[in-house]
Design a protein around this ligand. Structure first.
Ligand SMILES: N[C@@H](CCC(=O)N[C@@H](CS)C(=O)NCC(=O)O)C(=O)O
Length: 242
């Protein structure tokens, strides 16, 4: 059995979608980010970067404990290798998937995450955020252009449907909030509609739906919890852990 430490956000969906696609049994453990569950000592033991998603696979172990994995890309690769699904192991198909998985983890995800921050949360903080918001929106737009080009040549990012698509899809779902005209990226639109219609994807993004907030319901305390951490506060937490 797999425990999934999860909040209903794009990074969480990557894993709920993959677990559904692979028809694996899993147990959802909610991580309330606004309340600071990600900073609790027991969570930091399995996720030292204080971020979800994380999985714990009780059918595998490391140093005498059930195997835990943080970072969505590492989790997707692990589940792909464990099940033999959506992550081919033979070259060069494997490298094609890795290229697009790492493109998502290092590019699309962080850029879309910053767009989300400026759209959903920055208005709660004083100051002029216009340059930063524009910078991230431009970069997100560029990445959509890159995706559109590759999806003009093949059906899915790496050829066949794979963990690279499951990693990227969640970061397109909020395109309306990010003021993107998806129809102007016709290949991305075709790919997006195709993936959205998959039953496992629909099931995956329903997980924990009731606690989704898009930043709106977040309290002042929640904003402080999520956006005022720095190396000093992290060091304090590490001390509390000792
Ligand atoms: N690189 C990480 C990013 C994970 C991430 O940023 N998760 C966010 C939610 S989408 C989180 O846990 N945030 C908690 C916080 O900011 O305190 C991954 O791909 O797993």
């Amino acid at each position: 059995m797999i425990d999934l430490y999860y909040a209903p956000t794009p990074n969480g969906w990557k894993i709920s979608i993959m677990l559904e696609e692979c028809k694996l049994d899993y147990n959802v453990i909610p991580v309330n980010l606004g309340k600071g569950d990600q900073f609790k000592p027991e969570f930091l033991k399995i996720s030292p970067n204080n971020r979800m998603p994380v999985i714990v696979d009780h059918d595998n172990s490391f140093e005498g404990e059930a195997l835990s994995i943080f970072e969505s890309g590492a989790i997707l690769m692990y589940l792909g290798e464990k099940t033999g699904k959506f992550f081919p192991q033979e070259s060069p198909k494997k490298e094609r998937v890795l290229e697009w998985l790492f493109w998502q983890i290092g590019g699309l995800g962080p850029m879309a995450g910053q767009v989300s921050h400026f759209v959903n949360y920055a208005p709660n903080f004083p100051g002029d955020h216009s340059y930063s918001e524009k910078r991230y929106k431009n970069e997100y737009d560029r990445l959509l252009g890159v995706m559109n080009n590759v999806l003009g040549q093949r059906e899915y990012l790496a050829g066949d449907y794979s963990i690279a698509d499951m990693a990227s899809f969640p970061w397109i779902t909020a395109y309306k909030r990010y003021e993107v005209d998806l129809d102007s990226f016709e290949n991305v639109r075709r790919w997006f509609d195709d993936i959205k219609s998959r039953p496992a994807v629909r099931k995956g993004i329903e997980v924990g739906k009731e606690s989704r907030s898009f930043g709106k319901g977040i309290t002042k305390e929640g904003l402080k919890t999520m956006f005022s951490q720095d190396s000093k506060s992290i060091a304090e937490m590490a001390k509390d852990k000792e």
